[in-house]
Design a protein around this ligand. Structure first.
Ligand SMILES: [Cu+2]
Length: 530
């Protein structure tokens, strides 16, 4: 595995900045000012890569329930090793949900509970978290609530940074082989995603394939007349790199992911791949009618940020009409030409191909990429078609309108690099994650304003609740901050305020950075709702 020269130099710059910070207390922000959009280092694949826009876009299969009786939809998912042909002619071993990457999609209805029985046939413990789910704590996938594989020896298990330093988690609920996760689905319709959330090893587990989609629908949204059926496409964007043997490359200190967490030093700020996958296919192409399409976009990358635009062959940018955010429909559509999307964010976007000549292409481009990582995917406009879809000027009327004066308290958290135990870490409020420490205690029903400050880019995610963005560095939120979110992209050096109501369930939840490498290196904190 070679690192790309330029990127490696950039990364050493970050590493150097972190070292400097430890020594002098300097902020990494200044050191990153020349390339603030990149947080991480890029692995370079060691196998030939296919040309862009040749592999067809796969649509993840929708999982059928094993039972629908008693008002609950029950599903079973086996987590197991499998291999897939991601690059043409190359077999890639993966860790999967049900044998595929992405895992199967679960489609559910608002208010109709879902139970998913996960069976762990992988060689390591796992944890499932439904990102964006309004989920009781027992099913929220707390990082130490492990599902152990059969025959897993406790003594072979290293509890990660925690136990290494004498900490353990007395509240962990560990099961063997299987676990039932129950999701009430009492929430606004939107695109969620489920992924591994195991203590210290989330990033490499997601990288190996443990991610899938979960869509919630309701009658009100169905009645809007938005593009649907084959004109509604989920798009899970994720970057990966491939080793010479066809396997996914990842700079883990312990490639078995059993004992020692962490990544090699050049990748401490995040792992980037040089192949852009959409729904598990490299730079895919999808044939479309000359009509409106609804794209439910998820950035499932560990650390890569995108600024997406849709460009026609003759260089025209198509409007990206945003209709929804992480937590469902906006009040009204917001039109973008360039759409930033941080790890774990979702954007629900309408794109209209009706003005694009039949036979030509629309490329989805990442303005933040360079070389091959500039391309994401393409649509080929295949035929004229009738289109009775519409984009209503009012999309929803149920968004919470919390005012600053509703807040019973304001809290502030810094998201910065720092020292963790003996080495490098990523810290919230100066502290690395400790499952045994409660960082925030709040009362069910309380409205709070949280203020986040960042050194480098940190996509911050709250479990359980959605929030509104109040301000960015004292100014109004950006156009793409509209609606109800569960992940907020803090840009380098920025201070962001959000407002939320801690509603739903009592118990132990998390908030954390969703740069998955940062998350594994300490950037999580406990949120106790009482
Ligand atoms: Cu981060």
């Amino acid at each position: 595995m070679r690192e790309r020269g330029l990127t490696r130099r950039r990364m050493l710059g970050i590493g150097g900045a972190l070292g400097l910070m430890a020594a002098t207390g300097l902020s990494a922000t200044a050191a990153l000012a020349r390339r603030p959009s990149i947080t991480g280092a890029e692995l370079r694949s060691a196998v030939p890569l296919p040309p862009p826009f040749h592999v067809p876009l796969p649509i993840p299969s929708v999982l059928a329930p094993v039972s629908t009786s008693g008002g609950v939809d029950r599903y079973q998912i086996t987590q197991r090793e499998a291999s897939a042909e991601i690059l043409p002619g190359v077999r890639t071993p993966l860790w999967t949900y049900e044998g595929t990457f992405p895992g199967p999609t679960i489609e559910s209805r608002r208010g109709r509970p879902v139970t998913v029985t996960h069976r762990n046939e992988l060689p390591v413990p796992t944890v499932v978290h439904l990102h964006g789910g309004r989920t009781p704590a027992a099913s929220d996938g707390y990082p130490t609530d492990l599902v152990l594989p059969e025959g897993w020896q406790e003594h072979s298990m290293h509890m990660g940074h925690g136990s290494e330093h004498g900490m353990h988690d007395p509240r962990a609920v560990v099961t063997e082989l299987t676990r039932d996760y129950t999701f009430p689905m009492d929430q606004r319709p939107t695109l969620l995603w489920y992924h591994d959330h195991r203590m210290d090893f989330t990033a490499p587990a997601i990288w190996r394939g443990l991610a899938g989609l979960h869509i919630i629908h309701d009658d009100a949204e169905d009645a809007l007349g938005l593009p649907a059926g084959p004109r509604e496409l989920p798009l899970m964007i994720a970057d990966r790199a491939f080793a010479a043997d066809g396997g996914l490359a990842y700079p883990a200190l312990d490639p078995t992911l059993r004992v020692r967490p962490g990544v090699r030093e050049p990748y401490l700020a995040g792992v980037l791949g040089d192949v852009i996958l959409v729904n598990g296919a490299p730079w895919p192409v999808h044939e479309v009618d000359a009509a409106r399409y609804r794209l439910r976009i998820l950035n499932a990358s560990n650390a890569r940020h995108y600024e997406l635009e849709a460009v026609t062959d003759d260089g025209r940018r198509l409007d990206l009409v945003q209709i929804g955010a992480d937590q469902g429909l906006l009040a009204a559509p917001v039109t973008h030409q360039l759409l930033p999307i941080a790890p774990a964010e979702r954007y629900d976007v309408i794109i209209d191909f009706s003005g694009v000549p039949v036979g030509s292409r629309v490329r989805v481009v990442n303005q933040l990429g360079s070389g091959r990582t500039r391309d994401v995917m393409a649509f080929r406009v295949a035929r004229r078609a009738t289109d009775d879809s519409r984009i209503p000027s009012t999309l929803s009327t149920d968004l919470p309108e919390w005012r600053r004066s509703d807040a019973v308290r304001v809290r502030e958290f810094s998201f910065r690099a720092g020292q963790m135990h003996a080495g490098h870490g990523w810290l919230i409020g100066g502290l690395p994650f400790d499952p045994a420490r409660t960082d925030v205690t709040t009362r069910l029903g309380d409205v709070e304003v949280w203020r986040f400050v960042a050194d480098v880019h940190h996509p911050v995610h709250l479990h359980l609740v959605g929030f509104r963005v109040l301000s960015r560095s004292g100014r109004a939120p950006l156009a793409h901050d509209a609606g109800l979110k569960d992940t907020i992209s803090l840009r380098p050096g920025e201070a962001v305020e959000i407002i939320t109501r801690f509603d739903g369930y009592r118990g132990r939840y998390l908030f954390h950075c969703h740069n998955a490498e940062h998350e594994d290196m300490g950037m999580m904190a406990n949120l106790e709702i009482i």
